[in-house]
Design a protein around this ligand. Structure first.
Ligand SMILES: Nc1ccn([C@@H]2O[C@H](COP(=O)(O)OP(=O)(O)OP(=O)(O)O)[C@@H](O)[C@H]2O)c(=O)n1
Ligand SMILES: C[C@](O)(CO)[C@H](O)COP(=O)(O)O
Length: 220
């Protein structure tokens, strides 16, 4: 079954507070996005790879590919205002029967996690990697809060994998700020999303602290 991945890198990383979008920052000698692409190529060298990039940084990416002699085949699309719009643009290029959507800023995704979501999506249509919550949870504010049963919650990661027609249909739903991932769009259509095991190292680089963690973990 032909497979595709959208590696979405269309954001500018406001919370990172760096002039360079975080997916371009060099970690252990290579931009974060190249580490991420390498993971999917290692899983399946035949996979179609589509990346979205912020419009003003597309030329910089091409220059970096030359500099690093980065030759893994990939197609480039323009990022949009929100993650949703970047993925919707990229979806137009996708040809695989199974498509994964992955945050460019999760370079420590494991091959096992990629395999878990792929296999589940093939049989069930929609699969996402999750981890259990380790801390105690409370809901509310400083004046009024209640303890929550953490066993009812999961931390959601990417890549999220879908049959292509399902994701295409989901992206007909208009943008809403309440939608923070692809699975919630699929769910909004009344379709079930299945959970698979993610990997703990698969953190999303959001703040400078996350970047330090990733640097440390990639060193090993
Ligand atoms: N318009 C956007 C916004 C985000 N993303 C991508 O979605 C992933 C997860 O988003 P997030 O961590 O929120 O990235 P940013 O939007 O870049 O960061 P911030 O919210 O701090 O501005 C990243 O790989 C980011 O590049 C995207 O493709 N297009
Ligand atoms: C899709 C995602 O990575 C799942 O954890 C996450 O929701 C994206 O992050 P954002 O900060 O909401 O853009």
């Amino acid at each position: 079954m032909k497979q595709s991945v959208i590696i979405t890198a269309g954001g500018i990383g406001k919370r990172m507070k760096s002039d360079l979008p975080k997916q371009y920052i060099s970690v252990q000698g290579l931009p974060v996005l190249m580490h991420t692409i390498n993971k999917f190529y290692a899983y399946d060298a035949e996979m179609q790879i589509v990346i979205s990039l912020p419009k003003d940084f597309i030329q910089m990416w091409k220059d970096l590919c030359e500099k690093h002699e980065f030759n893994i085949p990939h197609e480039i699309t323009e990022g949009g205002i929100e993650r949703y719009h970047s993925i919707k643009n990229a979806l137009q290029k996708v040809k695989g029967e199974i498509v994964m959507v992955h945050d460019a800023v999760r370079p420590l995704v494991s091959i096992q996690t990629i395999s878990n979501v792929t296999e589940k999506a093939k049989s069930k249509g929609a699969a996402i990697p999750v981890l259990p919550i380790k801390d105690t949870l409370r809901k509310g504010d400083s004046e009024n809060s209640q303890h929550q049963d953490r066993s009812e919650f999961w931390i959601v990661q990417t890549p999220q994998a879908f049959k292509l027609d399902l994701l295409q249909e989901a992206y007909q739903i208009p943008y809403s700020s309440a939608v923070t991932d692809d699975a919630s769009l699929v769910e909004a259509m009344g379709k079930q999303v299945f959970l698979t095991e993610g990997n703990e190292e698969n953190i999303k680089i959001t703040t400078p602290f996350d970047l330090k963690l990733v640097e440390f973990l990639l060193e090993k």
